[in-house]
Design a protein around this ligand. Structure first.
Ligand SMILES: [Zn+2]
Ligand SMILES: [Zn+2]
Ligand SMILES: [Zn+2]
Length: 792
């Protein structure tokens, strides 16, 4: 038989890199190629997606060009590398080939919210997935938190135990279906199921777990709800007694709690919303967004975020969340109800009792949440990876990133669910490095090529569970990225668990472990994010980090260039009476200041209610257990203590947050005259910013709000003078502002504004938190720079 040979037929092999697995990319390629009449195949492999196409040159060009622009919503195409190959004339059709195992070097997508098509089915009484809490498709649903390894296939996820029914299987194998190769595909017949349990582990008597959960919530009960990356503790926000009970049981008397509302009109009932904030709330990532409270929120929901003027709000992001609001709305058919304000508002707080990691497993939930929750809403799909909710805010004064429209840039306070494990781009390539972070708000960072992968938030490493979670996350990150690091990076503090873990792993792998000074890493993280290679002047202001002189630093002016930094200056030290305890008890910091000012009698009078005030003053007198710290965080605490705003903190950052709110409420004011001076130390060459004159004036202030406003105004004035002096002296115009203190908007926005007005360029952390949650990113960047400069 004579075969017709098309002389115009050519062939190409395309290598596609980026987030292209688990996002419906292969079915999209299949449909697109079939539409154009191209022959060939597509498959997942360790590097992403590989495509072979045969056809005429113009069609092949059209296909290649549109691959990135027409890709499905959750896909991110970073690179397409074409290669010309000989055409295979026998190939007539286009097929999807099975995945290849091997050197994995691709990225898995994060967990994202239910898509509009799935929502339509969820509320359609005629659909077979009506009210099915695990509905998903290739455009939505869980990814990262159910995946054990790559390539992303059902067999490597926690869906492996659920065998698809014929209906699901047909969808899964039909290239034209929205669920074609949707790995978590499931339905009420074959997929995971909900069940409701009493705290002692006995199944609750309920025909419908969702309806019963809502009934219990309305009765004021606290419900533990299994979510994507862990459990939440939920209660009805409109019942103050429930909120109070949740606080008592969680031992969190004042910490702000996040709220979940059905939709934007319901959010607007409680918080002011800009277009940019509305957009990020509704984005597929569904983070918690910090919003300005409506005036009457505290009167109606008094226990939610006491003393603060912001409230963390989020929209539902799993089908189960939606079902609770649907039930409350009376189970309407269709999605029209989602456009109207709904009265139900839920408190949704991470179920991480006593600061331990999120509860992950069902048995663990009974054990750890049994005392806190009245009832537990669980399911039988395992959570492979813990992942807390992300927290961010929109700042109109920050440059908007490419992913954001007009209206300001976003700034992360916690980068986790919805964003992990998406990579952050790096300006340069280099060896693979795994960085271990520090002690608080721990997270890891693995850099590979031009990408940095920041792990989910792990939390403070002060309990064995959190330390185990760090080890687990380190293992998982290396597994899913299939990277064997060439070096490790860690904090310079020898006693941190993260340091010990890094050293142990380095020994096991036979690779170097590079210590990075804490504040150097903070500034480096911003350099890495903004691709800054030239020298910068950086202000790293936080609670504590070990300095090169063995002292607790935290208000540091550094000159940073890659792996090298030079300390230019620091805040004048304050005593930390009792060491770490002073970090939780602002009254101790205030005592330290009063002692230094020679006003000891006043300290005894002011803090007479504190049983150990005499003892603390005795320690100060003897200089025993009172290490000096240059921390700006502790300076905030001292001011809060002196102004009577907060004597003992029950959550991290409380004193500074209350002070910030008071300052904002008071409004603009002038800096205190003579509130600071800058001393140049001849012996050390360091520039020391002395804030004692301001603290002395605050000690005489009787209006806390006015004092808080003066504190911020003076601080902004002093820091901008200090930083610009250093910038001019060194001939550097690029300034980095970072560290946990920059969660404070009055400080961050005020200082940014002043420095820009002085003609300096200002860089801040945006896609990585300014606090210790972003530290690992900076450590990895410094370690790479050190390796590049041949330090090892
Ligand atoms: Zn969907
Ligand atoms: Zn099924
Ligand atoms: Zn820090």
């Amino acid at each position: 038989m004579l075969m017709f040979v098309d002389p115009t037929r050519i062939a190409r092999r395309l290598r596609v890199r980026g987030v292209v697995q688990g996002v419906g990319f292969r079915p999209f390629v299949y449909r697109f190629a079939t539409q154009l009449g191209l022959a060939g195949w597509v498959r997942n492999d360790g590097c992403g997606v590989e495509i072979e196409i045969h056809g005429s040159e113009p069609l092949l060009d059209a296909f290649t060009q549109c691959l990135a622009t027409e890709a499905p919503p959750l896909a991110r195409v970073d690179a397409i590398e074409p290669e010309v190959i000989p055409p295979d004339l026998s190939r007539k059709d286009f097929v999807i080939l099975p995945s290849v195992e091997g050197g994995v070097a691709t990225a898995i997508g994060p967990d994202v919210t239910v898509c509009p098509s799935c929502l339509g089915e969820l509320f359609d009484p005629d659909d077979r997935r009506w009210r099915y809490p695990f509905i998903n498709c290739t455009h939505c649903g869980p990814r990262y938190t159910i995946t054990r390894a790559l390539p992303y296939d059902r067999a490597r996820t926690s869906m492996v135990g659920f065998i698809q029914c014929p209906g699901c299987e047909a969808e899964y194998h039909h290239p034209g279906d929205r669920r074609f190769h949707a790995e978590p595909n499931a339905c009420p017949v074959c997929g995971p199921r909900l069940s409701l349990f009493e705290p002692h582990g006995v199944r609750a008597l309920a025909r419908d777990p969702v309806a019963e959960t809502l009934r219990r919530l309305r009765l004021g009960e606290i419900v533990a709800i299994k979510g994507l990356g862990g459990f939440h503790l939920a209660c009805d926000a409109s019942l103050p007694d429930s909120v109070a009970r949740l606080r008592v049981r969680k031992r969190r008397p004042h910490e702000p709690l996040a709220l979940m509302c059905a939709n934007l009109p319901s959010v607007a009932r409680w918080a002011q919303l800009t277009a940019a904030e509305a957009a990020i709330l509704e984005s597929p990532e569904r983070p918690i967004v910090l919003l300005r409270k409506q005036g009457d929120l505290d009167a109606i929901l008094p226990g939610v975020a006491p003393g603060l003027d912001e409230v963390g709000m989020m929209l539902p992001y799993t089908p189960l969340h939606y079902l609770l609001f649907h039930e409350a709305a009376g189970r309407p058919a269709g999605t029209a109800w989602l456009a109207a304000a709904q009265p139900l508002t839920l408190v949704m707080t991470s179920a991480n009792p006593h600061g331990e990691p999120l509860v992950q497993g069902n048995d663990e939930a009974f054990e750890r949440l049994g005392e806190i929750a009245d009832v537990l809403l669980m399911h039988d799909r395992d959570i492979v990876v813990r992942c807390d909710d992300s927290v961010l805010r929109v700042r109109t004064d920050l440059p908007a990133g490419s992913e954001q429209g007009a209206g300001g840039g976003i700034q992360f306070l916690r980068r986790s669910r919805g964003f992990t494990p998406l990579s952050l781009p790096l300006s340069d390539t280099g060896p693979a490095v795994l960085a271990f972070g520090a002690h608080f708000k721990a997270s890891l960072c693995l850099v590979r090529g031009r990408e940095a992968f920041l792990s989910q938030h792990i939390g403070g490493l002060d309990n064995p569970e959190a330390c185990a979670a760090l080890d687990e996350a380190a293992e998982h990150l290396q597994t899913i990225l299939a990277v064997q690091p060439e070096a490790l990076a860690h904090d310079a503090h020898p006693d941190y668990y993260s340091t010990r873990a890094a050293l142990a792993l380095a020994e096991r792998l036979g690779i170097p472990a590079i210590p990075v000074q804490h504040h150097h890493a903070h500034i480096a993280a911003v350099c890495a994010e903004h691709g800054i290679d030239e020298p910068v002047i950086g202000l790293a202001a936080d609670g504590v980090g070990l300095g090169t002189d063995g002292m607790p630093w935290g208000g540091e002016l550094l000159h940073v260039q890659g792996a090298v930094f030079r300390r230019l200056g620091h805040l004048s030290p304050l005593p930390l009476p009792g060491g770490d305890r002073a970090a939780h008890e602002p009254w101790r910091m205030a005592c330290g200041v009063l002692h230094a000012l020679g006003r000891r009698d006043e300290a005894i009078m002011r803090f007479a209610a504190r049983p150990n005030v005499e003892q603390v003053l005795g320690m100060l007198l003897r200089g025993a257990r009172c290490p000096p710290t240059t921390s700006l965080g502790r300076c905030f605490d001292a001011a809060a203590g002196l102004l009577g705003v907060c004597e003992v903190m029950t959550y991290e950052g409380q004193a500074a947050m209350l002070l910030e709110v008071l300052a904002r409420r008071f409004g603009a004011c002038l800096p205190l005259p003579g509130g600071y001076h800058i001393d140049s130390r001849v012996e050390s060459g360091l520039s020391v910013l002395n804030l004692y004159p301001m603290l002395a004036q605050l000690a005489d202030e009787d209006d806390a709000a006015r004092g808080a406003a003066h504190f911020h105004a003076t601080l902004v004035e002093a820091l901008s003078q200090w930083i610009s002096d250093a910038a001019y002296a060194s001939g550097t115009r690029s300034v980095v502002l970072t560290g946990g203190c920059f969660h404070n908007l009055v400080l961050a926005a005020g200082l940014r504004h002043r420095l820009l007005a002085r003609g300096l360029q200002v860089f801040e952390a945006q896609h990585v938190p300014p606090g210790d949650g972003g530290l690992a990113f900076g450590q990895a960047w410094v370690a790479r720079a050190a390796l590049r400069q041949g330090w090892l």
